[in-house]
Write a protein that binds this ligand. Structure first.
Ligand SMILES: O=c1[nH]cnc2c1ncn2[C@@H]1O[C@H](CO)[C@@H](O)[C@H]1O
Ligand SMILES: [Zn+2]
Length: 355
């Protein structure tokens, strides 16, 4: 049996976590007071519960409405830096040793900041967080463009401009139905020409066409969620499994799936953890990674996600090591930096625990 202490201490790698989905409720209350933003609850504990309940809507669109409040309090550089630093410290306390944290710079301009000022504020916060965390952690930025907006090219250019300043990749997020990834093809083609990395939220609220476009039209390095790839997999009555062409491609090419179990229950992408496609995809040895998505809206952490999976599927330390190494192999930092964490941090810890 894995003890809770062991699970917290286990080195974890997080590729899919939204900066504006992971604020401490107490910080939201303080920041809202400073700028006079009205919150649905003013007690931090109640506010935390409000986020989880409101995000528990069964629809991605309604889930996303809760971000109005977190984004509202992240409009000046001091607030953004504070949130970024606390994020890194919270992840380190949760045993995360490497994290790629994403947010949409274009959503943080309402009080007059420029896109560059937003990225710099996050950078300063991450540096402060790494320096003050209770355990060593490496934190990097992914810049997200909102798929219903038309600023993806500009944000892609921003991610390239800051590639040597803590930004390791690009993403698109927001409502998926009606906003296919090909809407932003120019941005993805630009990134490919720049030898840059990107992931795409696909196959969460919409099915295979979205995943297919993300990979075969846009050239995504990784898939955000990607749960609907299960629609291209047939389980026969005799227990045999058949992969369609797209599912086979994703598995054969080792395309990383950034899976976020609790988030998927809230948006209706899965019924329960036990029914979540992560079980079958792990058994079939897809390049599965475990992620939090939005710690505030899901009331979760990496430790909690792993504990839920352990309960539902009987996973143990060997499985958690596999998830961590899968994720670290799929990170957007240079290969030597990935290896340093795999060989210097993840493998030694598990070797000591597993014997
Ligand atoms: O699971 C998700 N699917 C799609 N979009 C999301 C998800 N979680 C958060 N965001 C969106 O990404 C923005 C930048 O971080 C958030 O403001 C939210 O609108
Ligand atoms: Zn997400």
């Amino acid at each position: 049996m894995i003890t809770p202490e062991q699970l917290t201490a286990a080195p974890k790698v997080l590729l899919h976590d939204h900066l504006d989905g992971g604020l401490r409720p107490a910080t939201i209350v303080e920041l809202a007071q400073e700028i006079g933003h009205r919150l649905p609850r003013t007690d931090a504990g109640e506010l935390g519960e409000w986020f989880v309940e409101s995000a528990d809507s069964g629809s991605l669109e309604r889930y996303l409405e809760t971000f109005d409040h977190t984004v509202a309090v992240m409009q000046n550089a001091a607030a953004i830096s504070r949130v970024a630093s606390e994020c890194v410290q919270d992840l380190a306390a949760d045993g995360v040793v490497y994290a790629e944290i994403r947010y949409a710079p274009e959503q943080h301009l309402t009080a007059g900041l420029s896109l560059e000022q937003v990225v710099n504020a996050v950078r300063e916060g991450f540096e402060h967080g790494m320096a003050n965390a209770e355990r060593p952690i490496v934190a990097r930025q992914l810049l997200t463009a909102m798929r219903h907006q038309a600023r993806s090219m500009e944000i892609a250019e921003l991610s390239v401009a800051y590639r040597d300043a803590g930004v390791v990749g690009f993403d698109i997020a927001g409502a998926e139905a009606g906003y296919p990834p090909t809407r932003h093809l120019d941005a993805f083609e630009y990134l490919q020409r720049e030898n840059a990395h990107f992931t795409i939220h696909a196959g969460e609220a919409f099915g295979l066409p979205s995943i297919w476009q993300a990979i075969q039209w846009c050239g995504a390095d990784r898939l955000g969620h990607g749960v609907r790839i299960i629609d291209d997999i047939t389980e026969n009555a005799d227990g045999s499994v058949e992969l369609g062409r797209l599912a086979a491609y994703v598995r054969d090419r080792r395309i990383p799936l950034e899976m976020c179990p609790s988030s998927n229950l809230q948006t209706g992408a899965a019924e329960s953890i036990a029914d979540h496609p992560i079980g079958l995809l792990t058994k079939l040895r897809f390049r599965v990674t475990v992620n939090t998505d939005n710690r505030l809206m899901s009331g979760t952490s990496m430790t909690r996600e792993l504990a839920l999976l352990a309960d539902a599927f009987g996973y143990g330390l060997a499985d958690f090591r596999w998830f961590a190494i899968n994720a670290m192999k799929s990170a957007f930092v240079p290969f030597d930096e990935r290896l340093a964490i795999i060989d210097g941090v993840i493998k030694p810890w598990y070797a000591a625990e597993l014997g």
